[in-house]
Design a protein around this ligand. Sequence first.
Ligand code: 5RP
Length: 232
Amino acid sequence: MSELQQAAKRAVGKHVASMIESGMRLGIGTGSTAALAIEELGIRVRNEGLDIAGVATSFSAERLAREHGIRLTTLDETPRLDLAFDGADEVDPDFNLIKGRGAAQTREKIVAAQAAKFVVLIDESKMVDKLGTRMPLPVEVVPMAAVPVMQVLSSLGADSEIRMGLKKDGPVVSDQGMWIIDARFEEITDPEHVNRRLLMTPGVVDHGLFLGMATTVLVGRSDGKVDVLTRD
Ligand code: 5RP
């Protein structure tokens, strides 16, 4: 990651941390941008004694939140959240997203769906005209369904592959013990159709299309400024 990109990510992390008020219940996102927001939030907890608790979207977010002194809760205890923050891999002009580079999209979607506000943290390189043009779509599957799901993805126009571990032999295993299929489209012309088709396919746990969920997008610029985009 370049220094400019890091500055943009830090800026949105700081911005979302400044939106949090004492008493709020949060969704805590996963990835390098969400990690900076967790760090900034931790500073506020330490310096201002902010009383917050959050539901983590992954083992990784859980460990980071704990490290930075942010109290953790669960959806069992706290099913309604005031605000969830998270990164994204692509954001289109209608605030639809692709998420899941970190294989956390299933928990990320569950948590975001419980929040009154879903704040997405990106730098400007993540803005796209059409989803699927920059990143593949991650699809989480029960391992025995991998090939049938890849056939469905092929019928939708995608070339797909099972995501392989980097410091592990064999497939990446998600926090739920599932596999991830990365589906590369030229572009996703009809995200609603892809969403419906995947969710009705046996063996698909969930996928990285987040449609109509984001309420605010914070776009970090390389000069450290943040554009705040909100949906009516
Ligand atoms: C993890 C995600 C991340 O939020 C997304 O990949 C963005 O990550 P980063 O902020 O590191 O670019 O969806 O599953």
